[in-house]
Ligand binder design. Structure first.
Ligand code: NAP
Length: 451
């Protein structure tokens, strides 16, 4: 449900709504701001140029759009939004309406009578509006929140009300850092296409704070979550079950809460394989040059060996990690020839000569991260090789641009991201999804995230 704040102009809807949205990890929508953005004019100018009736039309349209948004948000309405019964009906259909009841005297002493609030030029106007609108606010609201103390008290009271009324539920991605994750727009787009109304948010769970987060999940505060850096391995001891590939590669990217039990999965590797197959390239019979020996590289090596790769060369800056990974995979899948070495332009070029698939599983090339100094090793690849970069931001890394310049087939990490998310959604929702039909919806959401 949306959390909708109603009340007089100056009652604290915008400031409180903005803070509540931050804490609840929900988008914040200020209807007056939306109207102003649409008109290219401020509220006072719309009133002056077109009149109140025109403003109310714009307001009704803004109410419709905000109320119909498929994912919950905190909405601050204009003071007069409740004047139209249709607005109230729409908001109540999808929202939990809270009347912020702030005494007129308190509003008056903090209000600027600068003309920015067209119907209020002094305390007399405020008193008249308050008397006329109070019955409307009370009739429209699910609950009234007296806002006559400080903002912190009002925020605490609002959060308590919201948590009692709308337990969080839904899904989230957890990680640290988390600000730039593409998972929320991606999953929301898929949920939207499927008519699933659960929220999907990004939660900042700092390294070392899983012990605080997991009880929320276990208590049903969320139905499940995706897990990203740095928790993919650290979350394992907190889980009741760890399935299939997650157990093999020792990393979890999806957790489903079922009746208080937490079950961990890894959809990254199947997601990458699905993406590669879509580009006409599986692992069977391939000679793979794998750059990196971290969590993602480990999963790629395991999956490629299990799927029948002929040979894999793992190159990493810490040769000990490359050797350890190669040894583990060799022991489990002796049919695949495993080699390892330190990552340098020379070693990469030597291995590239025999490879027909190159996968970069290091963050090299990622925005705000170090890049390859030298990508000339792509020149050593045969012309039919595919170059895949797990990095997706930027979409065309220096490595991929060099490969494209040579006319090689390339793939960035976006398709892997999309397919691992679709596989995670299958686990969340407990049913098979038509991934071919959902792929374009999900891809659009991450190519141009606007949610
Ligand atoms: P990770 O566990 O931290 O491993 C990173 C690997 O890259 C390690 O081998 C690390 O070497 C190496 N590395 C890091 N910085 C390097 C540098 N400056 N020069 C040379 N090597 C360097 O990370 P991960 O989870 O495997 O992720 C690796 C990449 O894959 C990231 O860019 C991540 O965003 C991407 N990824 C994408 C998707 C997707 O859906 N597209 C999914 C998962 C991961 P050391 O061991 O020496 O540190």
């Amino acid at each position: 449900m949306h959390i909708v704040l109603i009340g007089l102009s100056g009652s604290g809807k915008s400031s409180l709504g903005r803070r509540a949205a931050l804490v609840l990890n929900l988008p914040f929508v200020d209807l007056d701001e939306r109207i102003e953005q649409g008109a290219g004019l401020c509220v006072r100018e719309i009133f002056a140029q077109y009149g109140e009736a025109d403003f109310r039309e714009r307001e009704a349209r803004a109410v419709c759009a905000a109320a119909a948004a498929p994912h919950p948000s905190v909405i601050a309405t204009g003071g007069g939004a409740i004047l139209r019964p249709d607005n109230v009906r729409r908001l109540r259909e999808t929202g939990f309406l809270v009347f912020l009841d702030r005494p007129v005297a308190r509003i008056a002493c903090h209000m600027d009578y600068d003309g920015s609030r067209p119907l209020v030029s002094g305390i007399r106007d405020l008193e008249t509006l308050a008397a006329r609108r109070r019955p409307l606010y009370e009739a429209a609201a699910h609950v009234t929140l007296r806002n006559d103390a400080g903002c912190d008290e009002a925020l605490a009271a609002l959060l308590a009300l919201v948590r009692a009324r709308c337990p969080p539920g839904g899904y989230a991605v957890i990680g640290d850092p988390i600000a730039h994750t593409l998972s929320p727009p991606l999953h929301r787009a898929v949920f939207g296409a499927l008519g699933v109304t659960d929220a999907y948010t990004a939660l900042h769970v700092p390294r070392g704070a899983l012990a605080d987060f997991v009880p929320i999940l276990r208590a049903g505060g969320l139905k499940g979550c995706n897990v990203t850096i740095p928790h993919k391995r650290d979350i394992l001891p907190f889980l009741d079950e760890v399935e299939g590939e997650a157990r093999l590669c020792g990393a979890v990217n999806t957790v489903v809460a079922r009746g208080g039990r937490l079950c961990g999965y890894n959809t990254d590797m199947e997601g990458l394989l699905t993406a590669l197959r879509a580009a006409g390239c599986g692992y069977r019979g391939r000679t793979l040059l794998l750059l990196g020996a971290g969590g993602a590289a480990g999963g790629v090596a395991w999956k490629a060996a299990r799927e029948g790769a002929r040979a894999i060369t793992v190159l990493a800056r810490r040769v000990s990690r490359a050797e350890a990974l190669a040894a583990e995979v060799r022991a489990a899948a002796p049919a695949t020839s495993m080699r390892s070495g330190v990552l340098s332009p020379e070693t990469a070029a030597a291995a590239a000569r025999e490879a027909n698939l190159l996968i970069n599983a290091t963050p090299l090339g990622m925005r705000m991260t170090a890049n390859f100094d030298d990508v000339s090793f792509v020149d050593a690849l045969p012309p039919y090789a595919l170059v895949c970069d797990l990095v997706y931001s930027p979409p065309r890394t220096r490595l991929l641009r060099a490969a494209e310049a040579r006319g090689l087939a390339v793939q960035n990490g976006l398709d892997m991201l999309v397919y691992q998310a679709l596989l995670a959604d299958e686990l969340f929702l407990g049913r098979a999804l038509d991934k071919a039909a959902l792929y374009p919806v999900a891809k659009r959401a991450v190519e141009k995230p606007d949610v």
